[in-house]
Design a protein around this ligand. Structure first.
Ligand code: 5CA
Ligand code: ZN
Length: 414
């Protein structure tokens, strides 16, 4: 699948401290230890109701991770999927009387436009579930051969499931206890009551063809991929059986990332799929969870059509820490618009305080588990001094503009 065009990425003089990020599995902030090419997989959209500010916040957080790694001299092999075959897509298409393929195509295009406007660095591999069916079929066959997977005893719909006990370390990613797993499994797309399963939380690997649903041929019967094996296969085919970062919102901690990891670990025999499991907090609106059922989604495309500067959307979402659940509101947007104005005024000043210190502080804060609120505050301080006529560096305004562009993705010279 085609991704989207890359924004320009200035390179900055010097370098900052190594990036440390919170790892959900180890429950602590720990250093990343990437090679020359850092490897990152971030779960992509299900294309039927994108791009709301929750999606945007998640992709912006990983965009800053990408930018910090590049600033530290790494190349980044970034992979993202698109869940372009799944029940929510069919349900929405049915409700709206459109073909699910057309709905997906339209929403993916809108997502690309939103990511382009937000100046998000594109993934190197942008892969739809439909494109990855042969990879999934191979993986499911191997899991069946090894006994990690089984076919339910149902001649009409011989679905394939993965055994939750196939790996000795299942549960290490989320750290959830059994009761929490059961609850979240049922809430987040699982099917605990499916007759024929060995364990209620065994995860669907391959859904046998149903009338009216799309299907692909496979040696174990026609059907379509389960959700977790989609991400597992797309990731390990491109990044190998172990890589640096598996990312997504906190709603993906369980079952999605636990099973994506377990599927791959069962295939490879490796102990650990991703070296870091990184999860973003959930964005709500005016004190309520942003959700389709409440109908309170704020879409990036709608804000853009109202003339909101995408740089202000970035600053509004980066004003909170990526791991905290937080609210979007008119006040958050207003503050971001004003901040953008102040920064733009500062970088168009004739002289300003030297840039070295503020750039070092931005780098230090971002390297510390992506502390964007502190990074923004450091720039606020520099911009305020500039506004008061403090500082005599003629090169500082352009140097700070380049740093804000490279590290935070905001183009102050636009
Ligand atoms: N296609 C799957 C992942 S394989 C999926 O979860 N799609 S999604 O469209 O529902 O979400 C896309 C990404 O946005 C996921 O990483 C999800 O965790 C994140 N996300 C969804 N809602 C929010 C929210 N309210 N706040 C922050 N992130 C969110
Ligand atoms: Zn995923």
């Amino acid at each position: 699948m085609q991704s989207w065009p890359s924004p320009s990425l200035p390179s900055l003089p010097g370098t900052g401290p190594a990036l440390r990020l919170y790892d959900t599995s180890d429950q602590q902030v720990k250093p990343l230890a990437p090679g020359p090419v850092a490897t990152m997989y971030v779960c992509g959209i299900t294309p039927y109701d994108a791009t709301h500010l929750g999606h945007a916040a998640t992709y912006l957080a990983f965009d800053v991770v990408n930018r910090v790694l590049r600033d530290q001299g790494h190349d980044v092999h970034y992979v993202q999927n698109i869940t372009d075959v799944d029940d929510p897509l069919f349900e929405r298409a049915e409700r709206d009387g459109v073909d699910w393929r057309d709905l997906g195509t339209r929403e993916i295009e809108l997502f690309r436009e939103d990511m382009t406007a937000l100046r998000v660095l594109p993934p190197r591999d942008y892969v739809g579930a439909m494109e990855a069916v042969p990879e999934v079929v191979d993986a499911v066959q191997t899991l069946l051969d090894s006994g990690a997977a089984y076919i339910v005893d149902d001649p009409e719909f011989p679905d394939v499931y993965f055994r939750a006990d196939a790996t000795p370390v299942f549960g290490y990613e989320s750290n959830y206890d059994r009761a929490t797993m059961e609850k979240l499994f049922a809430e987040r797309g699982g099917d605990p009551d499916r007759p024929g399963k060995h364990d209620p939380i065994d995860a669907l690997l391959w859904r046998a063809a149903r009338p009216g649903e799309p299907s692909w041929d496979a040696p174990f019967g026609p059907g379509r991929p389960g959700w977790h094996i989609e991400c597992s296969a797309i990731a390990f085919t491109r990044l190998g059986h172990s890589f640096d970062i598996q990312g997504g919102g906190s709603d993906l901690i369980f079952p999605h990332h636990e099973y994506s990891a377990a599927h791959c670990e069962s295939l490879s025999g490796n102990r650990r799929f991703a070296r870091h499991y990184v999860h973003t907090g959930m964005i709500g609106l005016d004190g309520e969870k942003m959700s389709k059922s409440l109908g309170n989604l704020v879409k990036v495309s709608v804000l853009r059509s109202e003339g909101v500067d995408p740089g202000a959307i970035r600053l509004g979402l980066l004003a909170g820490h990526y791991r905290s659940d937080r609210m979007w509101s008119h006040a958050v947007l207003q503050e971001a618009v004003e901040r953008l104005d102040r920064w733009r005024a500062a970088v168009s000043a004739e002289t300003a305080p030297d840039a070295t210190d503020v750039i070092a502080r931005i780098r230090t804060h971002l390297a510390d588990d992506l502390d964007t609120p502190k990074a923004l505050a450091a720039i606020d301080g520099w911009a305020a001094e500039t506004g008061r006529g403090i500082g005599s560096s003629a090169s500082a305004p352009a140097e700070v503009a380049a740093a804000v562009d490279a590290l935070l993705g905001v183009d102050l010279l636009a």
